[in-house]
Design a binder for this molecule. Sequence first.
Ligand code: GUN
Length: 296
Amino acid sequence: MSTIDRHSTAQLIDGKAIAAKVHAEVRAEVAALRSQGLTPCLAVVLAGDDPASAIYVRNKVRACEATGVQSVSHVLPATTTTRELIALVDRLAADPAVHGILVQLPLPPGCDTDAVLACVPPAKDVDGFHPANLGALAIGTPALVACTPAGVMRLLAETDTPLDGARAVVLGRSRIVGRPMALLLLNANATVTVCHSRTRALADELRRADVVVAAIGRPRFVQGDWIRPGATVIDVGMNRLPDGTLCGDVDFDAVRAHARALTPVPGGVGPMTIAMLLSNTVRAARAQATTEARPR
Ligand code: GUN
């Protein structure tokens, strides 16, 4: 199946098809590990009643089932305290049958997110949010990398987007997307600019970019004439408009007339986040099995 639709002005990057390819790779790796007696296992912690989080977690658990990864869900009420969350994460951290721990964000109001995430051992941090994993990425020795930025890198690779020496602009500086994204692009030898809400002359920064990754959470923010002809544009945004429709951070119709390639929303980056979570879980399981087998 082609992962690019070549009939439109910009090539549409088919995240669903590329995610399906990653799922197939994961399924084969899991089958091989299971035959050696190792079943990769992901523990998912969902606290509170955020409806979007419940849907994300359900999709993650289903993807585990579809690829043979074992998953164990821990669903907790909105009244859960930081102390209770830390006790659960500590228990999962000590359990040798659990290879990956995912604490779905946002946590309920009043919970100390940093304190909870710091208790996830870096080796089981399949979200790549622990300071040790972000630090490893920053010094160019990545271990477990945040799923959405890792998925964007796979989309860029699958669409033969040159990064070595390319000018890349990342719009947004969050811990989950913008910062790790910028580091991954830098590690791939791109010249990286990070833009955010305080950036001056933002459109001028974007007009120089060969690659744009938009992750600012503002519906249809990126305009067509901000995009250099031939640029590759990755839209990480997932915004719900008042009429209920979903849209990205990019004005899709306008940007499509300028870009070489563009991700749709939905069906672009979204499916890749879950695919990379599975991939990270398999990687974590394999690394833990290897570490345990090593003589001390
Ligand atoms: N909430 C929104 N995106 C994510 C994600 O990638 N991981 C986790 N744990 N929570 C999220």
